[in-house]
Design a protein around this ligand. Sequence first.
Ligand code: EPU
Length: 419
Amino acid sequence: MEKLIITGKTPLKGEVTISGAKNAAVAIIPATLLINGTCTIENLPNISDVKLYCDILKELGAKITWHSEHEVTINTTNINAHNIPLDTTRKFRASYYLLGALLGRCKYAQVGSPGGCNLGARPIDQHIKSFEALGASVDVSNGNITATAKKLKGTSIYMDVVSVGATINAMLASVLAEGTTVIDNAAKEPHIVDVANFLNTMGADIRGAGTDIIKVNGVKELKGNATYSVVPDQIEAGTFMIAAIASKGDIIVKNCITKHLESIIAKIIEVGGNVDANGDHLRVWYDKKTHKATIKTLPYPGFPTDLQPQMGVLLSISEGTSIINESIWDSRFQYTAELNKMGAHITSQGKTAVFEGVKNLTAAPVYATDLRAGAALIIAGIIANGKTEIYHLNHIDRGYENIEEKFRKLGAKIERVEE
Ligand code: EPU
């Protein structure tokens, strides 16, 4: 088992370049199943979820050619399987996109239940409702989800909750359907727009992505033969921005889209940090004590749940009493128990946590309970007195490319060691 050892109290200084967005990449790769031909994807993050997804496509009959760690050509002309076993799908959440993509292409998919971070209940009723609205029959039994259709027909789908996964799956299943599908109360995250842009580049006709009504005009075929570059990861950018302020540092975050970071920029400035945007670069720096804030996580363009734990670290050392209300996931405060081991004063109950700011955190052995919790603990280790050890790195490796290398370049004393 590997662990990270971080010797803390280092202000971060220098430049960091943001990788392609994990949550866009893990939707775009399965979306290639809708293409009858070849496409090239650039700016993929070098993370284990991306590798795993490409391996799954290979099992299904796709030809995968890597040009570098970040660029792959996928040929999906000869897809010859439609079943993905539970052992594979439970390794990550985004396996649910295989349902929409295979249903769209083959009118049949049998996919084991999705896994991923344990953030509480993660229902997929809105995905299933969308497939059924398009004309599919869906059966959930023995750990598998099976969707079958004679044909898929455009329809109106109203999402009862704003869901990233269900919005993308509804797009995937309707791109090759007959007629027009209207997805109402759609999610608006940058990765929704990225998946729509990718599909349109390959020959789809999707309009309105990024608003709450998406219109998909079904087309007969996606020919592909094009290259697409994945959007920069706004959560990775936000993670480094928060780390810069928490560590009392001064960094340049390169390759980011400022528009996608508005809610995080606003909160960083509200607590006393500084941000200066210049094209695709951001300077983020500390020059005075940070103070309390109230945060409620919301679907985009609200404050993202995927930056909530990282922001929790900053609030735990900011003056005053802060409150975070987590409105997306039932169980995203598991990291607070780990931070309390490091001297934080956080009380969480249900979907609310109260942070009484302390002067310092002190090193302790801690466990990454999920991906973003892991990123939060790295920030905590960088600002703490002493040597912090972080375990369960598999969560972190699923979603951050070379995270310790990137922090090391910013001056953090961080190393990965085999136990
Ligand atoms: N929901 C339902 N029914 C559904 C689908 C969702 O009730 O059919 C509820 C969920 O329980 C949750 C809310 O709707 O309360 C939002 O869930 P959503 O479907 O948007 O989440 P997801 O697609 O499963 C993606 C990201 C998560 C991120 C959320 C919210 C991927 C692979 N995962 O999950 O990312 O937290 O959107 O933005 O895109 C992460 O990267 O660390 C991560 C957990």
